[in-house]
Design a binder for this molecule. Structure first.
Ligand code: ATP
Ligand code: MG
Length: 560
């Protein structure tokens, strides 16, 4: 697999849209019907966003519609929580399905009737072999499979057994219904695949009505046919299943003949997009839940402060191809920064405060300093920040014994406080442990607004906050959840990044941030983009860093 670091050369066009355009032009279809078919066994992730944008996007661009259909054929793993979250996430991404959400379980009766039809035609049989026997007898890529001893059961006996399976007479795993195709087929999917298995499980929608459930392979294509899906778009791993889906469509009296098209799934560096692994990350407590801001889930990205427009733009840029590849996560970050740079209002926050006392500033005096909300958008206006004798700066912005290239604050050195004044460090106060606990500075009253009338320059401009008129906040900084560009999905715990979350509990922010009850994104100058987290209470503000400011990826690829 190759790693993609550059946006697709041509965006907005792809082979699937070309096919659709041709099908409309030839008059094969007047309307295009697509669907997004998640299994409700987990939360949606950024990979699903690619499929969502493709299916719903096509329905927006061409005449037609897109269904949201839950492929809810395995009650052992499916939950209402997932059904709810999937709907919320699709809507949040900005897409609308046609009518009500649909469910494969709505078609259970029809699927069952069709299965009886296959039995009557001698195209399906009840197999009493155990799961292990079925697997052993399936053969390998180089060896054909072995026929089941039950393969030639008379139709009447099959029908009777199948009905009793449905009636709940047999325990889980006792029997299955299989298609009677070809145990020697080169494509293993055609070696008498399982159509129904016995499962005494409560289904979120059909309750205890069914003791047997259709396999995904049996349900999927027929559900598409029932819904009149014209272009059944799925990921490449289903390419080998297409001959089986076509077999069902040919043998069954279905109302339509959907055609399946496969595209490459999204893979991202530093990211695992397997629902099995994501489920385990949550269950084993490696993260705080499905919406942990380090998760690649839509809910996690949302909580982290990623705008839906950034995800849509990312998906547009990566395009749709037929060859598997790995996309550099930097491309996603680039799209997030680009969107937030445009929308986020500028604020100041100090992650690790160091107190500064301006010795020549009058005690008790406060003045209001005007600060710009967005440098590219004058309509965003200004705000006022209180400047006084006691301030906070970032600990990192001071060094008592600076190396040569350190231009920020150090004893004797002059710097600019953003929007305010030039200050110079005149003294250092240390605690019992010998650490710098406070700085003594002087300011130049002539430099109000941040410029010296005599034209003298400083090499650094630093953010700051007033000590009295700022608020405490907890700031959470997220880094990659995995330490390796290609984490091992088989042994993912070993590849987790131990530094994926850093918490700054004594950060300071502008008071307006604490008061506003907003989920709008903010840029903290020099720090990155931030958003209020849902853990906030009226007395405890929690902010997530969505992403830092540094734009290494943009440097690589230019501002294309
Ligand atoms: P699993 O089937 O193992 O539970 P899944 O990720 O395939 O996991 P589904 O709920 O079946 O989950 O996925 C719904 C749709 O999203 C499918 O059509 C699938 O092809 C598509 N999809 C899933 N993962 C990706 C991905 N990484 N990139 C693009 N599309 C994806
Ligand atoms: Mg799937």
């Amino acid at each position: 697999m190759t790693t993609t670091t550059e946006p697709a050369a041509e965006t907005g066009r792809d082979f699937i849209r070309d096919i659709i355009q041709a099908d409309l032009a030839s008059g094969k279809y007047q309307e295009i019907v697509t669907r997004f078919p998640p299994e409700p066994n987990g939360y949606l992730h950024i990979g699903h966003a690619k499929s969502i944008a493709l299916n719903f996007g096509i329905a927006q661009e061409f005449p037609g519609h897109c269904n949201l259909r839950f492929d809810d054929t395995n009650p052992a793993k499916e939950e209402q929580e997932y059904i709810d979250s999937i709907q919320a996430d699709v809507s949040w991404l900005g897409y609308q399905w046609a009518g009500e959400p649909l469910y494969a379980s709505d078609y259970f009766d029809q699927l069952y009737d069709w299965a009886e039809g296959l039995i009557r035609s001698g195209l399906a049989y009840v197999d009493d072999q155990s799961q292990d026997e079925i697997r052993l007898n399936r053969g390998t890529l180089t060896e054909p499979g072995k026929n089941s001893p039950f393969r030639d059961r008379p139709a009447a006996e099959n029908l009777d057994l199948f009905r009793r399976m449905k009636a709940g007479e047999f325990p889980n795993g006792a029997r299955v219904l299989r298609a009677r195709i070809d145990m020697a087929a080169g494509n293993i999917n055609l070696r008498d695949p399982v159509l129904y298995r016995i499962l005494h499980a409560h289904h979120p929608r059909t309750g205890t009505k069914w003791s047997i459930y259709p396999s995904y392979d049996y349900a999927h294509g027929q559900s598409d046919a029932i819904e009149g899906i014209t272009h059944s778009i799925c990921t490449l791993e289903f390419e080998d299943h297409r001959p089986l889906y076509d077999w069902f469509i040919e043998k069954l009296p279905v109302p339509a003949r959907p055609r399946q098209y496969e595209f490459a799934r999204l893979n991202l560096t530093y990211t695992v997009l397997s629902k099995r692994v994501l489920t385990q990350l949550v269950r084993d407590g490696h993260v705080a839940g499905w919406d942990d801001p380090r998760m690649p889930t839509i809910a996690g990205l949302k909580r982290r402060g990623v705008p839906p427009a950034a995800i849509r733009e990312f998906v547009r840029r990566i395009g749709v191809a037929k060859a598997n590849s790995v996309v550099d996560v930097g491309m996603l970050e680039f799209c997030i920064r680009e969107e937030l740079n445009r929308t986020a209002l500028r604020r100041m926050a100090v992650l690790k405060p160091l107190k500064v006392v301006i010795e020549n500033y009058p005690e008790g005096q406060i003045e209001e300093i005007e600060a710009i909300n967005h440098p590219d958008n004058p309509a965003a206006g200004t705000r006022r920040i209180a400047f006084g004798r006691e301030l906070y700066i970032e600990q990192e912005d001071f060094m008592e014994h600076p190396p040569k290239k350190f231009f920020r604050l150090s004893p004797g050195n002059e710097v600019r406080l953003r929007y305010a004044y030039f200050i110079k460090c005149t003294g250092v106060v240390k605690n019992a442990a010998g650490e710098v606990s406070e700085l003594r500075c002087t300011y130049d009253p002539e430099t109000r607004g941040g410029n010296a009338p005599d034209g003298r320059k400083v090499k650094a401009t630093m953010h700051w906050l007033p000590a009295a008129r700022s608020r405490t906040a907890e700031i959470r900084i997220y880094n990659q959840l995995f330490a390796k560009p290609n984490p091992d999905a088989g042994n993912f715990a070993a590849d987790l990044n131990p530094q994926s979350l850093e918490i700054f509990r004594d950060a300071r922010v502008e008071p307006a941030i604490a008061e506003a009850n907003s989920t709008d994104p903010m840029q903290f100058e020099r720090q990155g983009y931030f958003v209020r987290d849902k853990d906030s209470t009226p007395h405890h503000l929690v902010l997530n860093r969505t992403i830092g400011l540094r734009d290494t990826f943009a440097k690589q690829v230019g501002k294309a």
